[in-house]
Design a protein around this ligand. Structure first.
Ligand SMILES: [Zn+2]
Length: 300
């Protein structure tokens, strides 16, 4: 017997009579808007109509006096260290690096519980605070991919690669990067994406950059995430690597393009800004970190 019951569509979630801010191509804002979610997808975003409060839905939210907006994006993070937030805040930059570097090296093999707790805390605080997507570079992202995936967070993740930052076999680091990409890229309905993550432009030799570029060539759909022009040492290291400056080095190895997300860009000049824009590369400036540690101790 066919099901003869009246076919009433049951929505997952309806929010009505809220201020709804979209990021559609016209940047529309509904002063009184309705959002309808069915089968886990947003099906309607429109002005509220009389009767919206009576739509059959598993969950109904009266949005009167509330604001609905797309999830916020954390464009640069190291989530496995979340449990340690604040622990090093009284150190200046060089002290921070000096204390953190051996600790970070230890993260490669130890501290599983601490790192997992960091991912769990990050997922919780993100979702409570409206952040639904994150771009994170970590020592062992495989410990966090399932935690973020199961929590419902959208994440771009990758293990950081450097041949000078720490004493780890470079071959192992590239193997780990490849294995992470193969295991997790596209997991959780595509919410977990892998990235190629050379750590920065001051602790990678030209050889590491070239190997990174080869890895990025093998996976042309993945973004490339690095710290870029964060420190005065950035351009100096690029010159030691035989390039005019940091962006020239990236251009020479073939990584200065639209796939690049450069974190901080703190010591960039106007010329660097122009070159990044011309390459269609992205910057995650993240100024709030410099309230956490002071890179210019003589500047209060
Ligand atoms: Zn960072």
């Amino acid at each position: 017997m066919p099901n003869m019951e009246k076919n009433v569509v049951q929505e997952d979630l309806v929010i009505h009579d809220a201020v709804v801010v979209t990021v559609d191509d016209r940047g529309r804002i509904y002063e009184s808007g309705t959002v309808v979610v069915r089968d886990g997808e947003i099906r309607e975003v429109r002005s509220s109509e009389p009767g919206d409060a009576d739509i059959a839905a598993d969950r109904m939210v009266d949005g009167e006096g509330r604001l609905v907006l797309p999830g916020l994006v954390n464009a640069h993070a190291h989530l496995e260290g979340t449990a340690l937030s604040g622990a090093f805040s009284e150190l200046d930059a060089m002290e921070l690096f000096a204390y953190m570097t051996p600790f970070v090296a230890g993260m490669a093999e130890e501290y599983d519980d601490l790192l997992e707790a960091g991912y769990e805390l990050a997922a919780l605080t993100f979702l409570q605070g409206g952040i639904t997507a994150v771009n994170t570079m970590d020592v062992r992202p495989a410990l966090g991919a399932d935690i973020l995936g199961e929590a419902g967070v959208r994440a771009v993740m990758g293990p950081m690669i450097s041949d000078l930052f720490w004493d780890r076999s470079v071959d192992e680091q590239f193997e780990q990067a490849r294995s992470f990409i193969e295991s997790y890229d596209g997991a959780y309905d595509g919410r977990i994406r892998a990235a190629v993550c050379p750590h920065d432009d001051w602790s990678c030799t030209r050889e590491a950059w070239e190997r990174t570029a080869d890895l990025a060539d093998d996976y042309p759909d993945l973004p490339v995430h690095t710290h870029l022009l964060e420190l005065d040492e950035s351009d100096r290291m690029a010159r030691a690597n035989g390039a005019e400056d940091s962006l020239a080095l990236l251009e020479e190895v073939g990584l200065l393009d639209e796939r690049l997300v450069g974190a901080h860009f703190r010591v960039a000049d106007d010329d660097d800004v122009t070159r990044m824009a011309a390459a269609d590369a992205g910057v995650a400036h993240c100024p709030s970190i410099f309230g956490y540690y002071n890179l210019d101790p003589e500047t209060p």
